[in-house]
Design a protein around this ligand. Structure first.
Ligand code: HEM
Length: 156
């Protein structure tokens, strides 16, 4: 499984794909598991997920105001590449880091959870496996503190 490393304060996501080895130690080919990115169908499948994701986000009366005046084609491009890299794809993310991109928006935990649930439901509908959904849930948990403007409650 790709390991996702987040720098807690900056919200920068770096994905270190576990990168299935294509050759055994002696050079012979071995059976490999495709990356999550390949399993979901690559960038074009991720693009379809992201398109539907933003349709649903903008359809939600609570979420829509956050996106007033936003350059949506640019946002979609950045989201596609980010999601691809989280899944172990080759495209390097070139958007702003997440903390910087969401600073000053006053995003609440509740709205964050709603956006995450929309992303997951679109992925489920697209037939994405439970293993990949779990990976996305873990990633969403890791980046939440960079995006939400209020302290996150921890169970301790
Ligand atoms: C769930 C996890 C989230 C991820 C992975 C994510 C990802 C992104 C990315 C990649 C960008 C583009 C950054 C850039 O401009 O380079 C962005 C921008 C933006 N996000 Fe998010 N986001 C998330 C949650 C949210 C939530 C919960 C809201 C509001 C409810 C939100 C509202 C926005 C807005 C309005 C922008 C545009 C900012 C601008 O262009 O000035 N995001 N997000």
């Amino acid at each position: 499984m790709p390991r996702v490393v987040t720098a807690p304060s900056s919200g920068v996501i770096r994905t270190l794909p576990a990168g299935p080895a294509t050759h055994g130690p002696l050079g012979g080919s071995v059976t490999t598991t495709p990356s999550f990115y390949d399993q979901v169908g690559g960038a074009s499948a991720v693009g379809d997920v992201v398109d539907l994701f933003y349709v649903r986000v903008l359809d939600d009366a609570d979420l829509k105001p956050y996106f007033a005046g936003v350059d949506m084609p640019r946002l979609k491009r950045h989201m596609v590449v980010l999601l691809c890299s989280v899944l172990g794809g080759p495209e390097p993310y070139e958007g702003r880091d997440l903390a910087e991109a969401h600073r000053g928006m006053g995003i609440t935990h509740q709205h964050y959870a709603k956006v995450g649930e929309i992303l997951l439901s679109v992925m489920r509908e697209a037939g994405v496996s439970e293993e990949i959904q779990r990976h996305v849930v873990l990633t969403l948990d890791k980046v939440e503190s960079s995006i939400v403007a209020e302290p996150i409650e921890t169970a301790d």
